[in-house]
Each structure stands twice: as structure tokens, then as C-alpha cells.
Design a protein around this ligand. Structure first.
Ligand code: PBG
Length: 329
């Protein structure tokens, strides 16, 4: 094979670490990551979640300790989710907006102790609803859109009062971004951002999350409001509407099976794209690692990189703390 001539040898750009680093196109940094945290009422609680090893439900005192230890390693953005006791749930999700509700107390406590922490708050009825749905359920089991908006507006406003930096509606009701934007602006919260769950699919990958919050629907499924996994054009419609309604971020959820959606939204819209690396995706990795089948650090690094390469700026991920601590990114 002497003097074999080949003009293009892509391996030349891989021949040393220096060159490989020189041509590297994408990075995952701590600043890209948002860490979801689960909250439970009471004191000194740190409850395990069977399908999410390494993730806990914290009472507010322990939540503050967890936030502090994250801040110390450069993890500064958090998305909070409450586990509400069954007897406090009702049709109208009142625990989400009444004075002294667990969620609002948690937001206030974090902001008071750590003003530098960026708090993303979740707007949807399911954790507080006796029906376990994201919207209001009619007598005959229909999820009512416009009636739900009023409740979502109250939730968002209460969260803004408590100190939320970014409000993230995860409910998939039509028109909620515009409705919430209007309520916030009317009450002097024009600086509070909206990270819309723009393309949220009706997914099997939310199972472990529903275990964490004990928030599974009591009847039916979420297919009349969450999207059909077979479709991508609907994501473009949702993204167009959210952009017009004043969203600051467009989110795709889940992330791994929907990297094409992340890419399409990133190419067609100018707003930053967020990806939600959801509970079931986390559980798959943890289960394989526990069996000794995958190398956790390399797997997590590669998954997060794939989301960045597809076009996500922000990634909500349960791996966030370990990824930074163990230098997986
Ligand atoms: C519900 C909500 C869900 C998640 C975030 N907000 C689940 C659902 O729609 O049932 C899932 C997050 C995860 O699986 O990590 N408003």
C-alpha cells in the first residue's frame, strides 16, 4: 500500500487529543443543567423513590441543604415538584395556590436562603388534583381547557409571588402560555420568564415521576392533551403558538426519543430550546448501571451531549448533580 493517495482522511482530525479538542463542536456545562427536585411535607425527610435510585423526596429543611450542596458545585437552577398528601388533593388543585401550601413555602424558603438560585416552578394541576390530571375534569370525564386556564393563572401568580424566576407550564392546555403571560404582566411580574412545555408527548417515560409524586391519573390517560408520539408537525404548531403567546423557552419532553423534535424546533425557531431528560430515561440508565451493563459516566455524558448536539441549550436532568460532581461532563 505504498503511496496510496486519498485526499480526504477524516481520521487526521482525530489523531490526537489536542486536535480532537480543537475540532470539538459541542459541550455540556453545568450552566446548561436544571436539576429537578421533589418536595414532601414534614421535617427531616429524605425519602427514596424505588424507580429513581439516587433521587429523593426532601422536606423543606433538607431541600435547603440539597440546594446548598448543589450551589457549591456550580449547579444553580432547580425545578421543584411537590408530593401532596392524598387527603389534601381536590378537584380544583387548591393546595397549589392557597396561602401556606407546601409548594409555595418551599419556593419562598429556597429564595429567601439562596437568592442566587434560579427557581423553575411547575404549573399543572396533577400533583394537587384528586383526579390526577393536569386539567380540570368534568362530570363525564372530559379535561376542560378554558376552565383550567383560570386555575393555572392562579398557580402561576402564587408562584411568582413566592419568588419563582421561571414558570414552566407542563399541562398542555391550549392558550395557557398567553393566559399566564397576561396574568403575570397584569400583576407586575413582567420579569418572570415562561419556559413552556411546548412539545410534551403522552409518554411511558413519565412512570417513575408519577411514582415520586403519587400523581398518576385516577381514570383515563393524558392523550387528549399530551401529544401523540407519532407526530412532529404538531410540535411546530405548538412552537409557533407558544412563540406568539410570549414564551421565553420552548421545551421538548421527553428528550431521548424526541431528539428530532429538538432539532426541528431549534432550526425553525429563534427561542432557546430546553430538553427534559425525564424520569424513565434516568431509570433506564440507573437500572443498567446497577446491573453492571453500562458505564454510568460515559453513558450520561453521551446522552446529555446528544441533547446539546440536537440543539438544546437547557437540559432538565436528574443526572445533573452527579454529572457535575463526578466530572461526567
Ligand atoms: C405533569 C408532569 C409530568 C412530568 C413533569 N410534569 C408527568 C406527566 O405528565 O404525567 C414528568 C417528568 C418526568 O417524568 O421526569 N404535569
Amino acid at each position: 500500500m505504498e503511496n496510496f493517495s486519498m485526499l480526504n482522511r477524516p481520521r487526521r482530525n482525530r489523531k490526537s487529543a489536542v486536535i480532537r479538542n480543537m475540532v470539538q463542536e459541542n459541550y455540556v456545562q453545568a450552566s446548561n443543567l436544571i436539576f429537578p427536585l421533589f418536595i414532601v411535607d414534614g421535617e427531616k425527610k429524605k425519602e427514596t423513590i424505588a424507580s429513581m435510585p439516587g433521587i429523593y423526596r426532601y422536606s423543606i429543611d433538607n431541600l435547603l441543604k440539597e440546594v446548598e450542596s448543589c450551589l457549591n458545585i456550580g449547579l444553580k437552577a432547580f425545578d421543584l415538584f411537590p408530593n401532596i398528601e392524598e387527603h389534601l388533593k381536590d378537584k380544583t388543585a387548591s393546595q397549589a395556590y392557597i396561602n401556606g401550601g407546601l409548594y409555595l413555602r418551599a419556593i419562598e424558603a429556597v429564595k429567601k436562603n439562596f437568592p442566587e438560585a434560579c427557581i423553575v416552578t411547575d404549573v399543572a394541576m396533577d400533583p394537587y388534583s384528586s383526579d390526577g390530571h393536569d386539567g380540570l375534569v368534568s362530570e363525564d370525564g372530559e379535561i376542560l381547557n378554558d376552565e383550567t386556564l383560570e386555575i393555572l393563572g392562579k398557580m402561576a401568580l402564587a408562584q411568582a409571588h413566592a419568588g419563582a424566576d421561571i414558570i414552566a407550564p407542563s399541562d398542555m392546555m391550549d392558550g395557557r402560555v398567553g393566559y399566564i403571560r397576561n396574568v403575570l404582566d397584569q400583576h407586575g411580574f413582567s420579569n418572570v420568564s415562561i419556559m413552556s412545555y411546548t412539545a410534551k408527548y403522552a409518554s411511558a417515560f413519565y412512570g417513575p415521576f408519577r411514582e415520586a409524586l403519587q400523581s398518576a391519573p385516577k381514570a383515563g390517560d393524558k392523550k387528549t392533551y399530551q401529544m401523540n408520539p407519532a407526530n412532529s408537525k404538531e410540535a411546530l404548531i405548538e412552537a409557533m403558538l407558544d412563540t406568539q403567546e410570549g414564551a421565553d423557552f420552548l421545551m421538548v419532553k421527553p428528550a431521548l426519543a424526541y431528539l428530532d423534535i429538538i432539532k426541528q424546533l431549534n432550526e425553525q425557531f429563534d427561542l432557546p430550546i430546553a430538553a427534559y431528560n425525564v424520569s424513565g430515561e434516568y431509570a433506564m440508565v440507573k437500572a443498567s448501571v446497577q446491573n453492571g451493563w453500562l458505564d454510568e459516566g460515559r453513558t450520561v455524558g453521551e446522552i446529555l451531549m446528544g441533547m446539546r448536539r440536537a440543539g438544546a441549550t437547557a437540559i432538565l436532568t436528574y443526572h445533573a448533580k452527579e454529572a457535575i460532581q463526578n466530572k461526567w461532563i
